[in-house]
Design a protein around this ligand. Structure first.
Ligand SMILES: Nc1nc2c(ncn2[C@@H]2O[C@H](COP(=O)(O)OP(=O)(O)OP(=O)(O)O)[C@@H](O)[C@H]2O)c(=O)[nH]1
Ligand SMILES: [Mg+2]
Length: 295
């Protein structure tokens, strides 16, 4: 008898910084979501499509779920919560290196309000000196009664990922192949370019700067296999503009160089990247500005 084909949405949800985007990229074998050591890196829902012989998994990478303060954070948490409600299957991801905290409790509460089956992945087990340390944690999460399966993984090294994929496939509903095999995302090239630039800002600046930054691609044109990209880095204050530009423009140049290298590797073509910095006061708090910036 022929095996049924399976497909559906798998929402990757969890607290900030636990490795959700790293996992998505690893599953796809390609970087479509930016990753940084700072929490609250992902701000949008990102679709990643994994097609195998017997299934098509539509992964939704999401912003971290936590107690939001300002407007952008509220939108981020709402985006993740909505993805959870849209999904056929929830993959709650957290760190296997610490006890659950208020964010985990909040997400487990959200899960209990849906009928979506949920798998728990305990990530970053590569940093554990001994895997035995996981046992009490698995027991603790098991008692919460919210998960069909609990899987220790390392999104960084790939440990446990095939096992996790098998478990996810098991819970996936029967369904058609929605996208052609070669499609891996619906993100536009412009969006990915803006995200890569934002990633470099996150990596190259400290304090609150990353959280005050948004990037908008203004022009994206290809001429004779050369990509011309013009983008604006928005900040909230004049002082932040000075920091991003840096002494003699060094910081902005460095951000631009790093972004250009990634963009060239991604598109396999030469890239001209022009970056501008503009102040848009308190954009994180204003609905109109947030919409303008794609949130
Ligand atoms: N040691 C270790 N580090 C990891 C692992 N997975 C992710 N990381 C690191 O954890 C940090 C956060 O990773 P992300 O993938 O950006 O995490 P995220 O959950 O998408 O974070 P937000 O988008 O901010 O919610 C990065 O520094 C990753 O390199 C892992 O399995 N082991
Ligand atoms: Mg992320």
């Amino acid at each position: 008898m022929a095996k049924v084909y399976k497909s559906g949405y798998v929402a990757i949800v969890g607290p900030p910084n636990v490795g959700k985007s790293t996992l998505l990229n690893r599953f796809l074998g390609q970087k479509i979501a930016i990753v940084t050591p700072k929490p609250q890196t992902t701000r949008n829902r990102i679709l990643g499509i994994l097609t195998r012989g017997s299934f098509q998994m539509l992964f939704l990478d999401t912003p971290g779920i936590f107690a939001p303060g300002y407007r952008l954070q509220k939108i981020m948490v709402d985006t993740a919560t909505r993805a959870l409600h849209d999904a056929d299957l929830a993959l709650l991801m957290t760190e296997g290196t610490r006890d659950p905290g208020p964010d985990e409790d909040r997400i487990i509460q959200l899960l209990s309000e849906t009928k979506t089956p949920a798998v728990l992945a305990l990530n970053k087990v590569d940093v554990l000196p001994d895997k035995k340390l996981l046992l009490p944690l698995i027991e603790l999460y098991g008692k919460k009664g919210a998960f069909t399966d609990i899987v220790p993984i390392s999104a960084l090294t790939g440990d446990g990922l095939e096992e996790l994929l098998k478990i996810l496939a098991k819970h996936l509903p029967e369904g058609p192949q929605y996208y052609p095999e070669e499609t891996i995302t619906e993100s536009s090239e412009r969006f990915i370019a803006a995200e890569i630039i934002r990633e470099k800002v996150f990596l190259q600046t400290g304090e609150e700067i990353p959280y005050s930054v948004a990037v908008k691609v203004e022009e994206y044109k290809e001429r004779q296999r050369v990509l011309y990209i013009k983008a604006t880095v928005y900040v909230e204050r004049d002082s932040q503009k000075g920091i991003i530009i840096g002494e003699k423009g060094r910081k902005l140049k460095q951000i631009g160089q790093l972004a250009r290298q990634d963009l060239e590797a991604l598109g396999e073509k030469k890239v001209f990247l022009e970056l501008w910095v503009k102040v848009r006061r308190k954009w994180r708090h204003k609905d109109q500005d947030l919409r303008f910036l794609g949130y």
